[in-house]
Design a protein around this ligand. Structure first.
Ligand code: ZN
Length: 157
């Protein structure tokens, strides 16, 4: 009767396991009656959403549709396209307000004395993340920070 579970089943088990852990920690915090313990379920859910949730890669290069490959965690790109991790990191950093110049794909542009070179530098490719994914990631980060701040404020009183 040993059957390899399908990816959908493994994903479902993973989701149940993570939410189960968060709920158990929530119940534990409730029973203990100590506000600061609420930090545990909050961090478990935040980690799960950002680094473990079964989702789609969602990287959109300048041409084409969002990547439909499986990824685990909203901060993580798919493993099938190694370049997607770089694009996703850059897009997330831009979302958080860190401006980084787009990656130069070609060789540096020729200097002013080099008249023989007529080639234009290649357009650096800028990738974005599917807007729905970006929104959920942003909400998770904001919600986590808000939750942690709430717990700290409540614990102080
Ligand atoms: Zn991808």
């Amino acid at each position: 009767m040993a059957r390899r579970p399908t990816r959908a089943e493994r994903n479902r088990n993973k989701i149940i396991m993570w939410w189960g852990a968060a709920i158990l920690l929530g119940v534990f915090a409730w029973n203990q009656g100590r506000v600061e313990l609420w930090i545990l379920p909050i961090l478990v859910i935040a980690y799960y959403e950002l680094c473990a949730v079964p989702t789609l890669c969602g990287v959109e290069t300048s041409r084409g549709h969002p990547c439909k490959n499986q990824a685990y965690g909203r901060l993580i790109a798919c493993k099938d396209q190694p370049s997607h991790a770089v694009y996703k990191n850059d897009a997330l950093l831009r979302m958080l307000g860190f401006r980084r110049p787009p990656r130069q794909v070609s060789a540096p542009a020729p200097g002013p004395h080099d008249r023989t070179a007529t080639e234009l530098p290649m357009e650096p490719q800028v990738a974005t993340i599917e807007s729905k994914q970006t929104l959920i990631t942003l909400l998770t980060v904001v919600g986590t920070i808000a939750g942690v701040v709430q717990v700290f404020l409540a614990a102080k009183n």
